[in-house]
Structure formats: structure tokens, C-alpha cells
Design a protein around this ligand. Structure first.
Ligand SMILES: Cc1cc2nc3c(=O)[nH]c(=O)nc-3n(C[C@H](O)[C@H](O)[C@H](O)COP(=O)(O)OP(=O)(O)OC[C@H]3O[C@@H](n4cnc5c(N)ncnc54)[C@H](O)[C@@H]3O)c2cc1C
Ligand code: FES
Length: 291
């Protein structure tokens, strides 16, 4: 009998692996930092910082989220999740012990090898801090970089996320909180609190640092990432030294369904789930026209 399976076909297992909701803490408004446990430790590959997983809530569906801490030997890992729509609302109704599903890790993580010996500035907005969390922890642990600064923007103090992590990091890295509405600023905090958007604060941030960044990593609303990237290009940072993590709607997460297709015309057949979500800035720009 003719076998229709050829060597060129790739087969994907789209069935989620079981995991348990261990517990969570409220973190910012309408957001929680969850701990999950793989029912069988090592049942997924170890994620790299910036990679994501598909979380499934039985009866509600699947959505992509980033690991803020990768699975340990017991299979326990963490993710910061904001309540948005069907899947996250159903997740927020789950109690400790609920059995959920996970697929992944997917996508390409941050370019860790290129960060060695670099003077790195990270700019994050809102929930965009989540995909940088694992990377910051890894960089602090390995110390292959020269300098590290984080500029974290939020609308106000109530919306700031990952507070325990930022408290821990401020002993190790230069940390700048930027708030559109500073309210009654708490002055006992060791990190700098600036007013406005990360872009508004950038002159002040760069004056405070006694080093000049040679690598920029961005994660947050696209309008913020574009503005900050363009600002650093004007300051002379090469496009090849700017990386960002982008979000698109995802269904399959393995390059089959086309939901995360990048509409930029020069990126034909390009899917954020497998080719992203992290990109070098120049890769996303249309090629310069030559007459
Ligand atoms: C690679 C990746 C990593 C992510 N990591 C995190 C994370 O760590 N933490 C976190 O809280 N969220 C993260 N997200 C976002 C999260 O996946 C979405 O908020 C998800 O849609 C929530 O599912 P839901 O069913 O609850 O909401 P949905 O019902 O899907 O959406 C609720 C609302 O958000 C809008 N929306 C959702 N996703 C998008 C999108 N990509 N583009 C434009 N509009 C959109 C919808 O139109 C709707 O108004 C990530 C997304 C991607 C692609
Ligand atoms: S989510 Fe299906 S192709 Fe990317």
C-alpha cells in the first residue's frame, strides 16, 4: 500500500499536557501572578526567557502567556496573567488544585548570546514586563553583561506589576519606575520614580546612568516600543542592537493556522508563534528602496 507520509511532513502534538493551578497572588489591577505545576515534571522542554506557552482552561479555550519563571525540578513554574476575555476570566474563577492544560514552550526567546558583555537597557510597559522577567533573573544570575537598567512604565502605582520582583532587582540593577500619574510618590523606595511615559523619562534616565546603553530590549504596547526604538535610533544606537517582543492573536502556536501572520508585506509567510515573538528591530522594517 502506498504510504502518503513523506519525510517533509512535520507532525505536531496539539494535545495539552496536564498541569495544576497551585496558587496565585494579586499583582497589579486585574492581574495575578500564578504558580502552576506540571503533573509530570519534565513533560515539557525547558523554556528560554521570552518563549511562551499555550494555557488551556477546560471549557473556555487556550491563550498564550509567557513564563516568568521556568519549571523547577518539581515542575512548578510561574506566569503573570491579566484578566482580559474568555480564557483569562475562566482562569480567574479557578481555585487552587484546578487541572488545566499547557502546550509549549513556543517561539524564539531573547537573544541571550548577543547580550554578553553588553550595556543593556530594557524598557517595559504594563504587562510587558512579564516576558522580560525570566531574562532579568537569568542575566542577574549569570552576570555576563556589563550593565543592566530597567525602565518600567505604568499608568499609576495601582497598575504596577511584579512588585516583589522589582524590589528584589533594585539591589542588583538600575531600576526606574515611570508613572503617568505619580500620585503621592513613596519616597522610601530605592528606585527612581519619574513622571510621564518611558519616552518622556528617557533623557533623565540616561543622565542618571553613568554608562551609555549599547543594547535596547523592548516589551509593551507597540506604540510605546516604536516611539522608544525611534528615539534610540536618533541617539545613534544601531537598529541591529534593538530587540522587541510583539503580540499577535494565536490559535495553534505552531505555524499551522495563520492567525498570527505578520501583515508586513516584505515578511512573506511569517508567523509570530514560531518566528517571533522576539524580533530584531530592523527585521520588522520594510527594506530601504534603492532607485
Ligand atoms: C506571545 C504572547 C505572550 C503573551 N504573554 C502574556 C503574559 O505573560 N501575560 C498576559 O497577561 N498576557 C499575555 N499575552 C496576551 C494574552 O495572550 C491575551 O490577553 C489573550 O488574548 C487573553 O485571552 P482571553 O481569552 O482572556 O481574552 P480574549 O477574549 O482573547 O481577548 C480579550 C480582549 O483583548 C483583545 N486581544 C487579545 N489579544 C490580542 C492581540 N494579540 N492583539 C490585539 N488584541 C487582542 C481582544 O480583541 C479582546 O478585546 C501574550 C500574548 C502573546 C501573543
Ligand atoms: S498561531 Fe497558528 S500560525 Fe501562529
Amino acid at each position: 500500500m502506498h504510504n502518503s507520509i513523506t519525510n517533509h511532513q512535520t507532525f505536531y502534538n496539539l494535545t495539552p499536557t496536564a498541569m495544576e493551578l497551585v496558587d496565585f497572588i494579586d499583582d497589579g489591577e486585574d492581574a495575578r501572578h500564578f504558580r502552576f505545576r506540571l503533573i509530570t515534571p519534565q513533560s515539557i522542554n525547558t523554556p528560554k526567557p521570552g518563549q511562551f506557552f499555550m494555557l488551556s482552561v477546560p471549557g473556555a479555550g487556550e491563550a498564550p502567556f509567557t513564563f516568568t519563571a521556568k519549571p523547577n525540578n518539581q515542575g512548578v513554574f510561574r506566569a503573570l496573567i491579566r484578566k482580559m476575555g474568555d480564557v483569562t476570566t475562566a482562569l480567574f474563577q479557578c481555585q487552587s488544585g484546578a487541572i488545566l492544560g499547557i502546550r509549549g514552550p513556543f517561539g524564539k526567546g531573547w537573544p541571550i548570546a548577543s547580550l554578553s558583555d553588553k550595556k543593556i537597557i530594557m524598557v517595559a510597559g504594563g504587562c510587558g514586563l512579564a516576558p522580560l522577567t525570566g531574562l532579568i533573573d537569568q542575566l542577574i544570575a549569570e552576570r555576563h553583561h556589563k550593565h543592566l537598567a530597567l525602565v518600567y512604565g505604568a499608568r499609576n502605582r495601582a497598575l504596577q506589576m511584579l512588585n516583589p520582583e522589582r524590589l528584589r532587582w533594585q539591589r542588583e540593577i538600575s531600576l526606574f519606575d515611570v508613572l503617568e500619574d505619580t500620585g503621592e510618590t513613596v519616597t522610601s523606595s530605592k528606585n527612581h520614580v519619574l513622571e510621564g511615559t518611558p519616552l518622556d523619562a528617557m533623557d533623565s534616565v540616561l543622565r542618571t546612568l553613568d554608562w551609555t546603553p549599547d543594547m535596547l530590549l523592548l516589551c509593551g504596547p507597540e506604540v510605546m516600543m516604536k516611539a522608544v526604538a525611534k528615539n534610540f535610533l536618533q541617539r545613534g544606537l544601531p537598529a541591529q542592537s534593538i530587540w522587541l517582543s510583539i503580540e499577535r492573536r494565536m490559535h495553534c502556536a505552531v505555524g499551522l493556522c495563520g492567525h498570527c501572520y505578520l501583515s508586513e508585506h516584505h515578511l512573506a509567510h511569517h508567523y509570530v508563534c514560531k518566528d517571533g515573538p522576539t524580533y530584531r528591530w530592523d527585521y520588522l522594517q520594510p527594506p530601504e528602496k534603492t532607485e
